[in-house]
Design a protein around this ligand. Structure first.
Ligand SMILES: NC(=O)c1ccc[n+]([C@@H]2O[C@H](COP(=O)([O-])OP(=O)(O)OC[C@H]3O[C@@H](n4cnc5c(N)ncnc54)[C@H](OP(=O)(O)O)[C@@H]3O)[C@@H](O)[C@H]2O)c1
Length: 288
């Protein structure tokens, strides 16, 4: 069975395809074609965000790809900056309008902190509960099937678990060879929250790592395939981004098993701290 046919069950009972197509930095004008290409290759899971500015195009791709809506799984994200109930409610409505696909399968709070304060001490607990309440209401109304979070650390998750009424189904986090958030992964496992690995190739940076290149050669696979397989074997959903159909195809050819010893070696690959030109994005800022 291809990874494209495999799913995991979230804590609310809905299934989520294990491999999704990331769409960050795919322009609104071209993303519909990327979605159609991905769906024709067999992808059934598309990951977008209000902040990517491409929800309209993703929605167009979903409506025009030829596969029934109920067979597709679409995630979007509530802007990190919206920490009041009213802002969150309005933004959810805007995502539903822009996507225009009937319902959203999964909507997640993009970050516990507004981007400009990504590594501040303030965890915005009250603001996240406001945003969560708006998501819970839309979920209750059937507009969003599942709700979750992204970039949440254990304390942020604890806040929602203690004070919300719905348990987050996923936490979408930066997770790749050279940067694996073990503490968050363990916390999520203990609390039945699925981890989604974003930037599974380290936003492209890990593709140049000699140790990773050598291990990919040993398995007779490409570095992206090794990196995607690594995140899957962590028990996570993997979200590689590409608009290139050849890459979409090969990224889904991950029908091999990394040995326990090699998983350990990959878990210990030196931490990536330089994401090149992308280091300016808050999600790649070093915490040290
Ligand atoms: N929740 C969050 O805060 C957050 C943050 C970042 C990302 N994300 C999500 O995660 C997705 C993936 O993360 P990402 O875009 O940062 O990085 P990524 O998937 O780790 O890496 C993308 C880079 O890898 C290249 N690539 C992909 N497949 C390849 C292949 N088979 N061979 C060679 N190069 C390949 C892509 O180039 P080509 O396009 O040329 O193939 C692109 O340059 C995003 O699109 C987004 O959906 C979420």
């Amino acid at each position: 069975m291809s990874i494209l046919d495999e799913t995991m069950v979230m804590n609310d009972g809905y299934e989520i395809p294990k491999l999704g197509l990331g769409t960050w930095m795919i322009d609104d004008e071209v993303v519909a074609q990327a979605v159609r290409d991905a769906v024709s290759i067999g992808y059934r899971h598309i990951d977008t965000a209000e902040g990517y500015g491409n929800e309209r195009g993703v929605g167009e791709g979903v409506r025009t790809c030829g596969v029934p809506r109920e067979e597709l799984f679409v995630t979007t994200k509530l802007q990190a900056d919206f920490k009041t109930y009213d802002e969150a409610k309005a933004a959810i409505g805007e995502s539903l309008d822009l996507l225009d696909i009937g319902w959203i399968d999964l909507m997640i709070i993009h970050s516990p902190q507004p981007w400009a304060h990504f590594h501040d001490e303030d965890r915005y607990f009250a603001g996240n509960l406001e945003a969560w309440r708006a998501l819970e209401e839309a979920h209750e109304a059937g507009l969003i099937r599942s709700i979750g979070v992204s970039n949440f650390e254990p304390a942020d998750l604890r806040n929602i678990l203690d004070h919300g009424t719905v348990r987050p189904v996923v936490d979408q986090v930066l997770a790749h060879v050279g940067n694996t958030p073990f503490e968050t992964i363990d916390f999520c496992r203990e609390h039945g929250i699925l981890v989604e690995a974003y930037s599974p190739m380290g936003h492209g940076e890990i593709l140049r790592n000699p140790a990773v290149i050598a291990m990919a050669e040993k398995y007779g696979v490409t570095v992206p395939q090794l990196c995607i397989r690594y995140t899957l074997q962590l028990g996570a959903v993997s979200l590689p981004k590409t608009a290139n159909p050849d890459h979409m195809r090969s990224n889904a050819e991950v029908d091999f098993v990394i040995s326990d010893a090699d998983m350990d070696a990959l878990k210990n690959v030196e931490r990536v701290t330089d994401y090149g030109d992308s280091s300016a994005f808050p999600v790649y800022w070093s915490k040290e």
